[in-house]
Ligand binder design. Structure first.
Ligand SMILES: C[S@@+](CC[C@H](N)C(=O)[O-])C[C@H]1O[C@@H](n2cnc3c(N)ncnc32)[C@H](O)[C@@H]1O
Length: 239
């Protein structure tokens, strides 16, 4: 748990300015294909960046989102980020255990960059499937076995180069100068996570491993493609 408590202080500040992460948020939101009145679960919601994006992009649809995470520090950040959003509910929950939601509760379940850190991704995916309504959809992102930070940083720099000269200067100032210490800490934490992933202490899965975990959990129509500067898999699996 402590790694997430420390990460919570820096995660939102750094990643919300990282262009490949913003692109990941776009892709998660469009993969979700949210419809009016949908009830959504974000499993491992962290500091609420995904929830914030989904709420913002689906404003007029009257949706509700429940975010769960076992890190109270992450949830504090999520509460701050989603302050004033009556449609957002945030709870402490350990995804290694049974969830306190009934069967067939949610239209959409998101699990972004969290499965890898769990004891058994297949067991948790089965639990996420249980709380999905029939016809509902799981959207998940998870690092590939060879995931690293270099490609993400390269795509970030390429995106900055495409900005107008004024935006490039503003972005360069905000990110490069004011956030340098934060970004360095985030990169160090990510290094720890990546080293653990490569040493198989975390579930950085290849496509087959991820598909097998989804099949074991009861999903059949599984779409898997690359995302997040090709460092993650993006999964879409209907129940
Ligand atoms: C890398 S962050 C991802 C946050 C968010 N989903 C996103 O994509 O920005 C991983 C999150 O998983 C949470 N997490 C890890 N293990 C967990 C568990 N067993 N139960 C609940 N949350 C867990 C951490 O606290 C952290 O907030």
């Amino acid at each position: 748990m402590p790694i997430w408590e420390v990460y919570s202080c820096f995660y939102g500040l750094s990643l919300s300015r990282l262009f490949p992460y913003r692109q990941l948020l776009e892709e998660l939101n469009s993969a979700l294909d949210i419809k009016t009145g949908h009830c959504v679960l974000d499993a491992g919601c962290g500091p609420g960046l995904v929830i914030e994006k989904v709420i913002r992009e689906n404003k007029s649809k009257g949706i509700s989102i429940t975010g769960v995470d076992f890190s109270r520090a992450m949830l504090r950040q999520a509460r701050r980020r989603c302050r004033g959003e009556a449609a957002v509910k945030l709870h402490v929950a350990d995804l290694n255990k049974e969830l306190e939601f009934g069967d067939d509760t949610f239209d959409r379940v998101i699990c972004s960059n969290t499965l890898y850190a769990l004891q058994s991704p297949a067991r948790t995916i089965a639990e996420l499937r249980r709380v999905l309504k029939p016809g509902g959809l799981l959207v998940a992102a998870n690092p590939k076995p060879e995931a690293g930070q270099r490609q993400i940083m390269n795509e970030h720099v390429a995106a900055i180069k495409k900005l107008t000269p004024l935006h490039r200067r503003v972005h360069g100032f905000v990110v490069t100068l004011s956030l340098t210490p934060v970004n360095l800490i985030v990169m160090a934490i990510n290094r720890t996570i990546i080293d653990r992933g490569r040493a198989k202490g975390y579930h950085f899965l290849d496509e087959e491993g991820l598909r097998n975990a989804l099949l074991e959990a009861g999903f059949c129509d599984i779409e898997i493609r690359s995302c997040y500067a090709d460092q993650d898999w993006l999964v879409r699996a209907p129940k």
